[in-house]
Design a protein around this ligand. Sequence first.
Ligand SMILES: C[S@@+](CC[C@H](N)C(=O)[O-])C[C@H]1O[C@@H](n2cnc3c(N)ncnc32)[C@H](O)[C@@H]1O
Length: 226
Amino acid sequence: MAHEKQIIKTSDGSFTFRIEGLKETYHSRHGAMIESKFVYIDTGFHFWAENNPNKACRILELGYGTGLVTYLSYLEAERFQKEIDYLSLEAFPLTIHELHSLNYDSFFEGSSASFSFRDFSIMDWQKRYFLSHYFKFIKSKIHFEKFQSSQLFDVIYYDAFGAHAQPELWEPRWMKKCYDLLSVGGVWVSYCAKGSVRRGLEEAGFQVSRLPGPPGKREMLRAVKP
Ligand SMILES: C[S@@+](CC[C@H](N)C(=O)[O-])C[C@H]1O[C@@H](n2cnc3c(N)ncnc32)[C@H](O)[C@@H]1O
């Protein structure tokens, strides 16, 4: 996906990329930080953690992108003292130069975390990192469609580009793949609220909830594997 990217400032002051060719951004224009935290950390991870207080959480992310959702998950694992084993998939990695240009570390000034956003940006692909007692991490350069796993996950952050830009990744067969990748009680979460995606999740066997979305978005979806 060698599209030209333009850096834009979102409403909460954090930056993201816009791909004009796809008419798509990596995060919401209404706040990259706010959206990432609201959708994935609060509505996904914390929802699962509340129902599973004594278990470590295995998270699969579709779309490492800038690494913002990954980094917020790391900070939350440390803050909340919950073990997370995190695998992020990315088919079209951004360059180090692009990642540095977002200047996300300025948002985390004063954080006592041992690793910075910049540290995450330069971590190797395909290498497993034991960053702390609470956070284990791998980023993998692979298309989700080709990804296979013998282990199951507890939470899937489905953060592909929107259906107008990447319709193929929202087809029912990929919802079924997510279902198969999750453990019982596992949670699929996304900013997406499209009716066809909701129906695809239901067809796969999920119990689906339409929930209030982050700023600028009326609804989002969360699905649980019963
Ligand atoms: C909405 S952005 C993700 C934002 C990311 N979670 C973040 O915090 O920056 C979508 C990401 O999915 C990636 N992607 C697109 N198609 C993919 C595929 N088939 N498999 C894995 N990743 C893909 C894109 O390259 C992009 O980085």
